[in-house]
Design a binder for this molecule. Structure first.
Ligand SMILES: [Ca+2]
Length: 245
């Protein structure tokens, strides 16, 4: 690195660009187009879900997948691969939603390279507004220590505890590994919210909506099964939605 840096600025810039995608393994394969096929095959329906609602089977051009509702919680994901106007507008709409707030602190079961504080890939990288621009391995997202090790969790603290109506998880690499979301109130009581199948792909939000909680939410805890989806499963940001200000 240091010998190379003696070369011209152009060389340094090219090296930096190349290194940015070479943390561990080659960049993950480009995600398959979502719902681009004329007749997408519905995902297998979990035995516990009575209605056979196909996941991510929305019409071409749709910005969100078809909703799936279970136990009062509706789940869906934003769609697209970051190459369309519709995707960009939807991402901006969520980022600027005045009903949403972003976490100010985070802890996790582990982090890549045991990252701490504000280091690359640390839990802290999932706080604040989204700042990953394209799907794939990115130091601006939280990354568990091992890519396929199994159960991992991320706990996010929100600066203004409020009754909540939604959670939007921005998955930025190898999405679809979220298996459980819990809400934690001001007294540190954990309220199980949802457990099931996460339809998110590419760089998109996994969105959960639910009736307004009777308590103020101060934390959101997200559990991933990283062995479900091969490769690094990274989270860029997590928005808590409230109908109150
Ligand atoms: Ca981030």
């Amino acid at each position: 690195m240091k010998t190379l840096s003696a070369h011209s600025l152009l060389s340094a810039a090219l090296l930096s660009f190349a290194l940015s995608g070479c943390k561990k393994t080659p960049a993950p394969p480009a995600p398959a187009p979502v719902a681009a096929a004329p007749a997408p095959t519905p995902a297998p329906t979990p035995a516990s879900t009575p209605a056979a609602t196909p996941e991510a089977a929305a019409a071409p051009g749709a910005t969100v997948s078809d909703p799936v509702t279970a136990n009062g919680v509706t789940t869906q994901s934003t769609l697209g691969t970051g190459k369309t106007v519709e995707w960009a507008l939807k991402q901006g709409e969520i980022k600027d939603d005045p009903s949403g707030q972003w976490p100010s602190a985070a802890t996790a079961s582990s982090a890549y390279n045991d990252a701490k504080d504000q280091q690359r890939f640390a839990p802290w990288q999932a706080t604040g507004v989204p700042n990953v621009d394209q799907a794939g391995d990115n130091a601006n997202a939280w990354d568990p220590k091992t890519p396929d090790g199994g159960i991992e969790w991320l706990d996010l603290l929100y600066p203004k505890p409020m009754p909540a109506t939604g959670v939007r998880i921005r998955e930025s690499a190898n999405g679809g590994a979220v298996v459980k979301v819990d809400l934690i109130d001001e007294d540190n009581h954990l309220h199980p919210l949802w457990s099931g199948t996460d339809p998110t792909k590419a760089l998109n939000y996994f969105m959960l909506t639910f009736p307004k909680t009777t308590y103020k939410v101060s934390h959101v805890k997200i559990t991933l099964a990283t062995n479900l989806i091969p490769g690094e499963n990274e989270i860029d940001a997590v928005q808590l939605v409230s109908s109150e200000k």
